[in-house]
Write a protein that binds this ligand. Structure first.
Ligand code: UT7
Length: 329
């Protein structure tokens, strides 16, 4: 029997219509277009409509990915959602809600909580389930309405994040030239206080008690940790697969900060045309940023079957990870 490989069969994404520009933010907090562009690379981000929760963004992206894989919802036998801004606080999972909206009955559906690294964590799980034969077609979705957890008086965080969703179908192939080559995921919980949202059992939201259900970040510390961890990670994943940076067709990193992306890209000696940037138009969409970026490359007609992609992400937890995948669609 030939070996089963997991393959990214398709990609889809959705970005909400409402735009929040740097000029808009200048009217809300003490910031400037110049500071935001220079320090982050962000020009605008999208904001979910009042009636759109994370699953509502995810459902549009998911339907596109299923259709592009040439499948029906009934062909999906597992759903994994990566989100830090799910529809509900912990229960039910956004994956269960989304499965219901997609008409997927009786399939396993669960969330992974790995903040901005969530899509890479979901990809790692999907690969393992498909290659073990425990699932045939796993739908993985990164969906974020993180604007709901922004304090729009805190300039250190609110200028960074935007909303959106991306989805991919991970299925089986016996063709290694379409396979997900490797996924590497890591964490260091001693750094949890660099990036968090309160309201859990450590400091629950109770009436009369001051609380801040807003994202809080030690930006500069996180920046340095991200550059160090990601640089080491991408070098290691290439080395352990005997691949060279020159073989990467698309470097599709989590879009947190243009300067982080450039630093990691330069450490590998990548040229500009290998590096995919969407941060200018969407900001940091956390677990959705990688699939949204893959989708943009796909819709621009630049993603071909067999193209080698290098993905990487860093986020709260702390968590980080990278993946090498040949596009299988
Ligand atoms: O996606 C999950 C992982 N996230 C990340 O990896 C994000 C990592 N961090 C970053 O991207 C960057 O650290 C930030 C963009 C958040 C901040 O950039 P920075 O170059 O590290 O700035 P900083 O925090 O060191 O602050 C520099 C200055 C400070 O002023 P002083 O003390 O030098 O007078 C800040 O108060 O910039 C000030 N500042 C701002 N000024 C205008 C901070 N935020 C703003 C702002 N507008 N929005």
């Amino acid at each position: 029997m030939s070996k089963i490989y997991a393959s990214m069969l398709s990609i889809g994404a959705y970005s909400p219509q409402k735009r929040l520009t740097n000029a808009d933010l200048e009217k809300m907090v003490d910031t400037s277009e110049e500071w935001i562009v220079k320090r982050t690379g962000i020009k605008e981000r999208r904001i979910a409509a009042e009636n759109e929760a994370a699953s509502d963004l995810g459902v549009v992206a998911a339907k596109k990915a299923i259709e592009r894989a040439g499948l029906n919802a009934s062909d999906i036998d597992m759903l994994i959602v990566a989100t830090l801004s799910g529809d509900f606080l912990f229960m039910p999972s956004t994956a269960a809600v989304l499965a219901g909206k997609l008409g997927m009955k009786n399939i396993p559906a669960f969330d992974v909580l790995a903040a901005c690294s969530g899509f890479i964590y979901a990809l790692s799980s999907a690969k393992a389930y498909v290659e073990s034969g425990m699932a045939s077609n796993v739908l993985i979705v990164g969906a974020e309405a993180s604007s709901r957890f922004m304090d729009y008086s805190d300039r250190s965080v609110c200028v960074l994040f935007g909303d959106g969703a991306g989805a991919a179908v991970i299925g089986a192939t016996d063709d290694p030239s379409r396979a997900i080559v490797d996924v590497k995921i890591s964490s260091d919980g001693t750094g949890w206080d660099n990036l968090f949202i309160e309201g859990g059992s450590k400091n629950p939201i109770r009436e009369g008690k001051p609380h801040k259900p807003f994202m809080q970040m030690k930006g500069n510390e996180t920046f340095k940790l991200a550059v160090r961890a990601l640089t080491n990670d991408v070098i290691e994943i290439l080395a352990r697969n005997n691949l060279k940076a020159s073989q990467i067709v698309h470097f599709i990193p989590h879009q947190a900060n243009l300067r982080i992306i450039k630093a990691v890209g330069e450490s590998l000696g990548l040229s500009d045309d290998q590096v995919v940037l969407t941060i200018d138009r969407y900001g940091n969409t956390s677990a959705a940023s990688i699939p949204m970026a893959i989708n943009d490359v796909y819709e621009e007609g630049r993603l071909k079957t067999g193209d080698l992609m290098l993905l990487d992400a860093f986020g709260g937890g702390l968590t980080w990870g990278s993946a090498l995948a040949r596009f299988g669609g």
